[in-house]
Design a binder for this molecule. Structure first.
Ligand SMILES: Cc1cc2nc3c(=O)[nH]c(=O)nc-3n(C[C@H](O)[C@H](O)[C@H](O)COP(=O)(O)O)c2cc1C
Length: 155
Protein backbone atom coordinates (compact mmCIF):
# COMPACT_ATOMS: atom_id res chain seq x y z
CA UNK A 1 0.00 0.00 0.00
CA UNK A 2 1.20 3.45 -0.94
CA UNK A 3 0.95 5.55 2.23
CA UNK A 4 1.89 9.16 2.98
CA UNK A 5 2.04 10.82 6.38
CA UNK A 6 1.90 14.62 6.34
CA UNK A 7 2.21 16.79 9.42
CA UNK A 8 2.85 20.25 10.73
CA UNK A 9 4.71 20.97 13.95
CA UNK A 10 6.07 24.04 15.75
CA UNK A 11 7.89 22.45 18.69
CA UNK A 12 8.47 18.92 17.41
CA UNK A 13 5.76 17.03 19.28
CA UNK A 14 3.43 16.40 16.34
CA UNK A 15 6.52 15.55 14.32
CA UNK A 16 7.44 12.80 16.79
CA UNK A 17 3.92 11.39 16.62
CA UNK A 18 3.93 11.58 12.81
CA UNK A 19 7.20 9.63 12.57
CA UNK A 20 5.94 7.02 15.03
CA UNK A 21 2.80 6.59 12.95
CA UNK A 22 4.86 6.41 9.75
CA UNK A 23 7.18 3.70 11.07
CA UNK A 24 4.21 1.74 12.42
CA UNK A 25 2.39 1.89 9.09
CA UNK A 26 5.28 0.26 7.30
CA UNK A 27 8.89 0.34 6.25
CA UNK A 28 9.84 3.39 4.22
CA UNK A 29 6.51 5.14 4.61
CA UNK A 30 7.27 8.76 3.67
CA UNK A 31 6.64 11.33 6.39
CA UNK A 32 6.66 14.93 5.20
CA UNK A 33 5.93 18.38 6.51
CA UNK A 34 2.61 19.45 5.09
CA UNK A 35 4.28 22.50 3.52
CA UNK A 36 6.41 20.15 1.41
CA UNK A 37 3.56 18.00 0.11
CA UNK A 38 2.67 18.79 -3.49
CA UNK A 39 -0.36 17.61 -5.36
CA UNK A 40 1.94 15.34 -7.39
CA UNK A 41 3.00 13.54 -4.23
CA UNK A 42 -0.64 12.74 -3.54
CA UNK A 43 -1.23 11.18 -6.94
CA UNK A 44 -1.47 7.40 -6.68
CA UNK A 45 -1.46 7.15 -2.89
CA UNK A 46 -3.76 4.67 -1.15
CA UNK A 47 -3.70 6.27 2.29
CA UNK A 48 -3.05 9.76 3.67
CA UNK A 49 -2.57 10.39 7.39
CA UNK A 50 -2.56 14.06 8.31
CA UNK A 51 -1.39 15.49 11.64
CA UNK A 52 -1.37 18.98 13.13
CA UNK A 53 -0.91 20.68 16.45
CA UNK A 54 -4.16 22.17 17.77
CA UNK A 55 -3.72 25.94 17.66
CA UNK A 56 -6.58 28.13 18.89
CA UNK A 57 -8.96 25.13 18.68
CA UNK A 58 -8.08 24.50 15.03
CA UNK A 59 -5.42 22.97 12.85
CA UNK A 60 -2.31 25.04 12.19
CA UNK A 61 -2.34 27.62 9.40
CA UNK A 62 -0.11 25.45 7.20
CA UNK A 63 -2.40 22.45 7.68
CA UNK A 64 -5.48 24.49 6.84
CA UNK A 65 -3.72 25.96 3.80
CA UNK A 66 -2.89 22.43 2.62
CA UNK A 67 -6.50 21.32 3.07
CA UNK A 68 -7.80 24.41 1.35
CA UNK A 69 -5.66 24.01 -1.74
CA UNK A 70 -6.41 20.30 -2.20
CA UNK A 71 -7.96 19.95 -5.65
CA UNK A 72 -11.55 18.72 -5.47
CA UNK A 73 -11.69 14.92 -5.52
CA UNK A 74 -7.88 14.71 -5.21
CA UNK A 75 -8.46 12.11 -2.50
CA UNK A 76 -11.23 10.19 -4.21
CA UNK A 77 -11.18 6.66 -2.79
CA UNK A 78 -8.02 7.33 -0.76
CA UNK A 79 -8.05 6.03 2.82
CA UNK A 80 -7.67 8.99 5.16
CA UNK A 81 -7.17 9.66 8.86
CA UNK A 82 -6.32 12.73 10.92
CA UNK A 83 -4.67 13.30 14.26
CA UNK A 84 -3.70 16.30 16.35
CA UNK A 85 -1.66 17.07 19.40
CA UNK A 86 -3.39 19.02 22.13
CA UNK A 87 -3.39 20.01 25.77
CA UNK A 88 -5.67 18.14 28.16
CA UNK A 89 -8.15 20.84 29.14
CA UNK A 90 -9.07 18.99 32.31
CA UNK A 91 -5.44 18.98 33.42
CA UNK A 92 -5.00 22.64 32.45
CA UNK A 93 -7.82 23.25 34.92
CA UNK A 94 -9.01 26.53 33.41
CA UNK A 95 -12.83 26.58 33.34
CA UNK A 96 -12.96 29.17 30.54
CA UNK A 97 -10.68 27.01 28.40
CA UNK A 98 -12.79 23.95 29.20
CA UNK A 99 -15.90 25.83 28.09
CA UNK A 100 -14.22 26.97 24.87
CA UNK A 101 -12.97 23.46 24.10
CA UNK A 102 -16.52 22.22 24.63
CA UNK A 103 -17.66 24.56 21.87
CA UNK A 104 -14.73 24.64 19.46
CA UNK A 105 -12.98 21.33 20.12
CA UNK A 106 -9.66 20.33 18.63
CA UNK A 107 -8.03 20.12 15.21
CA UNK A 108 -8.37 16.46 14.21
CA UNK A 109 -12.13 16.22 13.68
CA UNK A 110 -12.49 19.13 11.24
CA UNK A 111 -9.32 17.97 9.47
CA UNK A 112 -10.86 14.53 8.97
CA UNK A 113 -14.08 16.11 7.75
CA UNK A 114 -12.19 18.14 5.15
CA UNK A 115 -10.27 15.08 3.95
CA UNK A 116 -13.59 13.27 3.50
CA UNK A 117 -15.04 16.29 1.72
CA UNK A 118 -12.22 15.92 -0.81
CA UNK A 119 -13.19 12.34 -1.54
CA UNK A 120 -11.23 10.52 1.19
CA UNK A 121 -12.58 7.43 2.94
CA UNK A 122 -12.16 7.71 6.69
CA UNK A 123 -10.45 4.61 8.14
CA UNK A 124 -10.13 5.68 11.76
CA UNK A 125 -11.61 8.02 14.31
CA UNK A 126 -9.77 11.35 14.52
CA UNK A 127 -7.20 11.03 17.30
CA UNK A 128 -5.64 13.48 19.75
CA UNK A 129 -2.31 12.99 21.49
CA UNK A 130 -1.62 14.92 24.65
CA UNK A 131 1.25 17.32 25.32
CA UNK A 132 1.86 18.36 28.91
CA UNK A 133 2.63 21.97 27.98
CA UNK A 134 2.50 24.13 24.85
CA UNK A 135 6.01 23.14 23.83
CA UNK A 136 5.70 19.59 25.09
CA UNK A 137 6.73 17.09 26.09
CA UNK A 138 4.24 14.49 24.99
CA UNK A 139 2.48 12.81 27.88
CA UNK A 140 4.02 9.45 28.73
CA UNK A 141 2.59 6.64 26.63
CA UNK A 142 1.33 8.84 23.81
CA UNK A 143 3.79 7.52 21.23
CA UNK A 144 2.71 3.98 22.08
CA UNK A 145 -0.92 5.06 21.75
CA UNK A 146 -0.09 6.64 18.39
CA UNK A 147 1.40 3.33 17.24
CA UNK A 148 -1.77 1.51 18.31
CA UNK A 149 -3.90 4.03 16.47
CA UNK A 150 -1.75 3.62 13.35
CA UNK A 151 -2.14 -0.18 13.51
CA UNK A 152 -5.90 0.23 13.72
CA UNK A 153 -5.84 2.18 10.44
CA UNK A 154 -4.46 -0.89 8.67
CA UNK A 155 -6.99 -3.28 10.16
C1 LIG B 1 -0.64 29.85 20.08
C2 LIG B 1 -1.00 28.50 20.62
C3 LIG B 1 -2.34 28.11 20.63
C4 LIG B 1 -2.70 26.87 21.14
N1 LIG B 1 -4.01 26.52 21.14
C5 LIG B 1 -4.37 25.33 21.66
C6 LIG B 1 -5.75 24.92 21.68
O1 LIG B 1 -6.66 25.63 21.26
N2 LIG B 1 -6.05 23.71 22.21
C7 LIG B 1 -5.10 22.87 22.69
O2 LIG B 1 -5.44 21.80 23.15
N3 LIG B 1 -3.78 23.22 22.67
C8 LIG B 1 -3.41 24.41 22.16
N4 LIG B 1 -2.09 24.77 22.13
C9 LIG B 1 -1.08 23.79 22.53
C10 LIG B 1 -0.62 23.06 21.27
O3 LIG B 1 -1.56 22.08 20.93
C11 LIG B 1 0.77 22.49 21.45
O4 LIG B 1 1.67 23.57 21.38
C12 LIG B 1 1.08 21.48 20.35
O5 LIG B 1 0.34 20.30 20.53
C13 LIG B 1 2.54 21.15 20.30
O6 LIG B 1 2.78 20.45 19.13
P1 LIG B 1 4.04 20.80 18.23
O7 LIG B 1 5.23 20.62 19.09
O8 LIG B 1 4.00 19.81 17.12
O9 LIG B 1 3.90 22.21 17.73
C14 LIG B 1 -1.71 25.99 21.64
C15 LIG B 1 -0.37 26.40 21.63
C16 LIG B 1 -0.01 27.62 21.12
C17 LIG B 1 1.45 28.03 21.15
Amino acid sequence: MNILVAYDSYFGNTEKVAYKIGETLGENVPVHRVQDVSSDMLNGIDMLVLGSPTRAFKASDATNAFLKKLPKDQLKGVKVAAFDTRMDEVKVGNPVLKFMVGIFGYAAKPMAEKLVKNGGVLVGEPAGFIVLDSEGPLQEGELERAAEWAKSLLA
